[in-house]
Design a protein around this ligand. Structure first.
Ligand code: PMP
Length: 411
């Protein structure tokens, strides 16, 4: 490509290949669906951000911090107030003692924590085990860091861990396993027995666990969040990720944290120092206040989400969606086999539903990296106002209900 720049000089775009991995990444299904949702003014239950915001006191503390403190680079590791609050939170809620001075790092959301873990822990050719389906940022960053990904598919309908397959995925080259509980996109909460089996394999094969526990407080229906890092023998070989976006419904703040033993944290901190160096200090102070003084907010998230799920699920079941079990995060996975037209898959169904039915969901196949993903499942993000959930139900009834244009044929 050529063009003329401000100096009147004809320039040539460089012809050498840019980074292959990132150049070849397709547009994510989230971008595709969000764009389509905007074009069709649909009720968007695709993107997983809550309608309700976190505690007002946290905004006040963050706002005051902006005017009261020196607005210069805070410590690369995070402001002491937040690191101390993160350490207390780890001990009080996950049962994992934590030395704030040597075992905490504040990151730009859990997203940066994930990137820093991959870059800091992986060497070229290391094998990394990930459960399929998975949150989409894991794979690209791990591959960019040189990892060979070994996906292990969670088994339907309840996304349980297939223990024999998991054991078979470990090899002498396995460096790391990613464990996300409560799980995006399924809403599954890993059971203690599953986590104990994972821990035993990590110890047997000398493997590190990166525990993505951003939804740790979003649990209900009798399930209990257990941190893999809290199990015997795991504290020294795992790091744990948290997020103010999920714990306080402040997804725009992009404040997260990594806790873990100093030896594992050291290279993660080095990666963090070159990715972002540090994190907005006023927001960090707001989050510190929240962790120490607003526990009622995050402890209330589970019951409130449970009610929302109970509001949505019966309507969906009545319409013919097959509801898969889920006890955490804010995602509900449903089987849409009954609605699929010949040759249609989950992605095509979600596009049709947005265009014709005015409701946007996310096809689950987009969360898989292994071959032949299921193509009959969709994800609802139900962390939305009740009015929005009911508006979605009304549109679904009109479109997919008896006599509607998308109603399943009787055959
Ligand atoms: N992990 C999981 C499983 C997530 O679902 C998300 C956000 N959707 C993140 C990490 C990223 O969190 P943050 O917004 O704090 O970067």
């Amino acid at each position: 490509m050529t063009g003329t720049d401000a100096n009147g000089v004809a320039g040539h775009a460089p012809s050498k290949p840019l980074n292959e991995l990132f150049c070849n990444l397709p547009t994510t299904i989230f971008e595709v669906m969000s764009k389509l949702a905007m074009e069709h003014n649909s009720v968007n239950l695709g993107q997983g951000f809550p309608d309700e915001e976190g505690p007002a006191s946290m905004k006040e503390v963050a706002g005051q911090a902006l005017t009261q403190f020196h607005n210069q680079y805070p410590s690369m590791l995070g402001v002491p107030e937040l690191r101390q609050a993160v350490a207390r939170h780890s001990a009080n809620h996950a049962g994992i003692p934590c030395d704030w001075a040597t075992e905490t790092l504040v990151t730009v959301g859990a997203t940066e924590g994930i990137a820093a873990c991959m870059l800091g822990l992986i060497n070229e050719g290391d094998e990394v085990i990930m459960f399929d389906p998975m949150y989409d940022s894991y794979v690209s960053m791990a591959r960019r860091a040189g990892a060979v990904i070994k996906p292990v598919r969670l088994a339907l309908p309840d996304f349980h861990v297939p223990l024999e397959e998991l054991a078979a995925a470990f090899s002498p080259r396995t460096k790391l396993i990613m464990v996300n509980t409560p799980h995006n996109p399924s809403g599954k909460v890993f059971t203690r027995a599953e986590l104990e089996a994972i821990a035993a394999l990590c110890i047997q094969h000398d493997v590190i666990a990166v525990c993505d526990e951003v939804y740790e407080h979003l649990v209900f229906g009798g399930a209990q969040h257990v941190s893999l890092r809290s199990l015997p023998g795991m504290a020294e070989r795992s790091v744990r990720l948290g997020s103010a976006g999920k714990t306080f419904s402040f997804t725009a703040w992009k404040v997260g944290w990594v806790t873990g033993p100093a030896r594992l944290l050291a290279p993660i901190i080095k990666a963090h120092s070159f990715l972002v160096f540090t994190v907005s200090s006023s927001l960090q102070r707001g989050v510190a206040h929240g962790l120490d003084h607003e526990s009622s907010f995050y402890l209330g998230l589970g019951p409130s989400l449970s009610k929302k799920r109970a509001l949505l699920a019966p309507h969906l079941a009545e319409l013919g969606f097959g509801i898969l079990p889920g006890h955490g995060a804010y995602f509900l996975v449903a089987d849409v086999s009954r609605f699929l037209r010949p040759g249609e898959d989950d992605a095509a169904f979600c596009m049709r539903l947005t265009r014709e039915g005015g409701v946007t969901l996310i096809p689950i196949s987009g969360f898989y990296i292994g071959p032949n993903p299921p193509r009959h499942l969709v994800r609802f993000a139900y962390c939305k106002d009740d009015a929005k959930l009911l508006a979605a139900v009304e549109r679904l009834e009109k479109y997919l209900g008896p006599g509607g244009p998308g109603a399943p044929s009787k055959a």
